[in-house]
Design a protein around this ligand. Structure first.
Ligand code: PAF
Length: 297
């Protein structure tokens, strides 16, 4: 049976009890509208920890577009049922006012956390304030839960770098190491990365959106089959797949995953992750593929 807790204070007490019982705690932060991608993280957390908790909070601080926030799908009951069936012991939610005491639910009154260098460019540039919002809520969630391990999907590649930095920065203050585990992206049969926003796509848009993954694979093929190492050439391969479609490309770029830079590196790359953001109608989608085949970010 799953515990459903309605406030961060109740969740913090539940988590403190688990720590007192010396049980390892795995944590999966989410914004709900759960899909197979999230459930894979929950199952992995259940394999690797004695107890698992999940947060469901559509965090207004990380939406640079208010319409995106309003349209974001929400169904707490369905989410809790899926979590119960996938090894989660506790799910919690809360309001902005409950998460940030003193804010009285006013976003302007929430002190933001600096997301650090991984927030530079790409998502950070196209979604101003997004990573401040992510770092702020994730830092707060880490304070509430104090997990041993926290699980994130690699679809949000830059986010996984940002939250790793948040965990590192908090380790000293909390006297607790939180291991951030970035997990492979779950995909639909077409290759489209699973995302809560996929629910908002029409059937035709869903078909078009699969070109994002094909573009990433074109870069990966060029890396492996032709030994292309020049970022500009790899990016051009992605654009060649995306441009004939109706998708509106925001970026299709390369980065060194171990040395994040604001701009795409010039000259030959040793390691590379290819990242794309594109819009299908009003729905904004992101995806990425590591080209050099290393297991982790
Ligand atoms: O990836 C998400 O769903 C969100 O950015 C997160 C990590 C739950 C923070 O709100």
């Amino acid at each position: 049976v799953i515990e459903r807790l309605e406030t961060p204070d109740l969740a913090a007490a539940w988590c403190a009890d688990r720590r007192a019982a010396v049980q390892t705690l795995g944590f999966v932060p989410t914004m709900g509208a759960l899909h197979e991608g999230h459930l894979g993280l929950v199952r992995r957390a259940a394999d690797e920890n004695e107890r698992v908790c999940v947060s469901v909070f559509v965090n207004p601080l990380q939406f640079n577009d208010p319409r995106d926030f309003e349209r974001y799908p929400r169904d707490f009951t369905a989410d809790a049922d899926l979590l119960a069936a996938n090894g989660c012991d506790m799910v919690f939610t809360g309001t902005l006012a409950e998460f940030f005491a003193g804010s009285e639910g006013d976003m302007e009154r929430v002190a933001r956390r600096d997301p650090g260098p991984a927030a530079a460019s790409l998502e950070g540039e196209h979604r101003p304030g997004h990573f401040e919002g992510v770092a702020t809520i994730v830092g707060r969630l880490f304070e509430v839960v104090e997990p041993d391990r926290a699980y994130f999907g690699l679809k949000d590649y830059q986010q996984s770098l940002v939250v790793t930095d948040v965990a590192r920065a908090m380790a000293h203050a909390m006297n607790r190491e939180i291991e951030v585990i970035a997990c492979p992206t779950a995909r639909e049969a077409s290759g489209l990365a699973r995302s809560s926003r996929n629910e908002l796509l029409s059937a035709a848009q869903r078909t078009e959106a699969a070109a994002i993954h094909r573009a990433l694979l074109a870069a990966r093929d060029a890396w492996h089959a032709e030994s292309v190492r020049d970022a500009a050439v790899l990016a051009a391969r992605m654009r060649a797949v995306l441009e004939p479609t109706s998708l509106v490309v925001e970026y299709a770029e390369l980065r060194d995953p171990e040395a994040w830079t604001a701009v795409q590196p010039a000259g030959p790359m040793e390691r590379a992750v290819a990242l794309v953001a594109a819009r299908a109608g009003e729905v904004r989608l992101i995806d990425n593929v590591r080209l050099d085949g290393a297991a982790r970010v």
